[in-house]
Design a protein around this ligand. Structure first.
Ligand code: SAH
Length: 487
């Protein structure tokens, strides 16, 4: 543990000092924006103005008044005075920070040299304490009608946490292969060697693939012409097990030079335990296609979470920050107050993680999930852990609950963890009909959670506690878990 910490610290310092290290694509920019930076929107009407920041949006952008307009300025902090570039983009006003005139005490140098271009992180210019404060305030405000949220669970080392990474490959204007993340609001690839919130092992593998492509005929896919082979690489790392899955997402199932590629990767990275080819022929921003072929290994990885082993496939959802997930699940199970007799519904269960952790303290668990692969994983996972009191079903959680309510079935506790769009009325109204004593609502989008809490509190439930968890440090996203009781 301490070894890894030292390594990652070095990674960050290296970036801040060298301004990016070897970078063959776009020149990275480190530190806050400097004076004289050229406007991004050439040919568009743009003006430069001086503004003062008065607050933050929920996405962490600075709010500033300019003439009669309320501007949202990325990377600006409350109290700061700055020069900004304002451009009209059709109906939208695009604002870019040009130069901070008076900086806030809360401002820090973002350790990532790509920070201002990338957009994957939005809060690296804030200190850790300021990030925590920003997230806490946002949740307190949103949850005001329901209950006072507890202090947010922060992360001790808020970098290197992602166990899943996506790298996109392409060609720059010099016809050299580049690989990295997309630039903010665009499909231009920033050629990067590391992303400071990824697991460093994943970045090393993605870099080896880039080097391999530069030396061989393996071509990146071109979205405009439809030519080429490799679109993305998805890497999943078992943080505890050390197992690693590499998924090549290609535009065609015809993989020329496959044996040589697999041999090179296994030799250079013996830590890779399985490799797959996923074929995505569609013109889409969805990363994975339907067709999947195992190139070597068993096609899945295993990891340990909350003392249980989980098998994870390429397509199924698995929480991306396991350190914080253990805190989140711990709180969710505590909120469920299980005595060993209850029937617990784990809705939107993914690969069964929450339900299987809860099964140790419950009478029985019923899991429901839309994704077929995830349900298969959940069933395999219950067997792997010797759990005999959990059943998993594939289907829409709303419809499943409507059917359960229609059959007059009962549940004592509903644990729900819907996607960002939140739940729907079919689901929520069935919860009300099933009358569980408790509902534990885990959410990665507090805005839709607040909407759903409003429904439940208007229909017989009371919010008894809200716990924010920082699962996504450096970004504006926050996870929350709320406890509701009936009556
Ligand atoms: N509880 C799990 C997964 C949470 S993510 C965990 O902690 O790992 C949300 C899950 O909801 C995803 O697995 C997604 O596939 C699933 N999902 C999305 N829409 C759904 C629906 N309408 N019915 C059931 N599951 C759904």
């Amino acid at each position: 543990m301490s070894k890894r910490k030292n390594k990652s610290k070095k990674r960050h310092q290296g970036n801040a000092n060298k301004g990016g290290g070897p970078n063959k694509g776009k020149a990275p920019r480190s530190g806050p924006p400097k004076k004289g930076k050229p406007p991004r929107h050439r040919g568009q009407k743009s003006v430069t103005a001086e503004v003062t920041c008065t607050g933050l949006t929920h996405e962490g952008k600075g709010i500033a008044q300019w003439k009669n307009e309320k501007l949202e300025v990325p990377h600006l902090l409350p109290g700061e005075r700055a020069e900004v570039i304002i451009s009209q983009k059709g109906k939208f006003t695009d604002v870019e920070l040009k130069h901070v005139i008076e900086a806030s005490k809360e401002r820090v140098d973002p350790p990532c040299p790509y920070y201002y271009e990338c957009g994957g992180c939005q809060l690296q210019h804030m200190s850790n304490a300021t990030q925590a404060d920003f997230k806490q305030q946002a949740i307190n405000e949103l949850m005001k009608p329901f209950a006072k949220p507890a202090p947010i669970f922060t992360m001790e080392h808020p970098y290197d946490y992602r166990n899943k990474s996506h790298t996109t490959y392409g060609m720059n204007h010099k016809r050299q292969v580049v690989g990295g993340l997309y630039e903010q609001n665009s499909h231009d690839i920033i050629d990067m060697d590391q992303c400071l919130i990824h697991d460093p092992k994943a970045d090393d593998i993605a870099n080896t693939i880039k080097e391999y492509m530069r030396k061989t005929k393996m071509q990146p896919y071109n979205e405009d012409t439809g030519h080429g082979f490799l679109r993305h690489v998805l890497i999943k790392v078992g943080k505890v097990s050390g197992e690693i899955m590499v998924v090549l997402v290609a535009a065609s199932s015809e993989f020329k030079g496959k044996n040589n590629f697999v041999k090179t990767m296994r030799k250079g990275h013996p830590e890779i335990t399985t490799m797959l080819l996923n074929v995505n022929k569609r013109d889409t921003s969805v990363v994975l296609g339907d067709q999947e072929k195992v190139l070597f290994g068993k096609g899945t990885i295993t990891d340990t979470l909350c003392g249980l082993e989980f098998e994870i496939s390429a397509k199924s959802f698995y929480q991306i920050n396991p350190v914080q997930t253990e805190k989140l699940y711990g709180k969710a199970i505590e909120m469920a107050e299980l005595s060993g007799k209850e029937t617990v519904i784990d809705a939107y269960c993914g690969i069964g993680t929450i339900g299987l952790v809860a099964s140790k303290k419950a009478g029985n668990v019923i899991g429901v999930e839309l994704n077929k692969d995830a349900v298969k994983d959940a069933i395999r996972n219950s067997k792997r852990n010797g759990v005999t009191n959990a059943r998993f079903y594939q289907g829409d959680a709303g419809k499943f609950m409507v059917d359960m309510a229609a059959r007059g079935e009962k549940a004592d506790v509903v644990i729900m963890d819907p996607p960002r769009s939140g739940s729907d009325e079919a689901f929520l109204s069935s919860v009300v009909k099933l009358k569980p004593e408790k509902v534990v609502y885990v959410s990665c989008n507090p805005e839709t959670q607040a909407r759903d809490l409003e429904y439940l509190t208007k229909n017989g439930y009371k919010v008894e506690g809200i716990q924010p968890v920082d699962m996504f440090p450096q970004t504006y996203h926050v996870e929350t878990v709320a406890k509701l009781v009936r009556g």
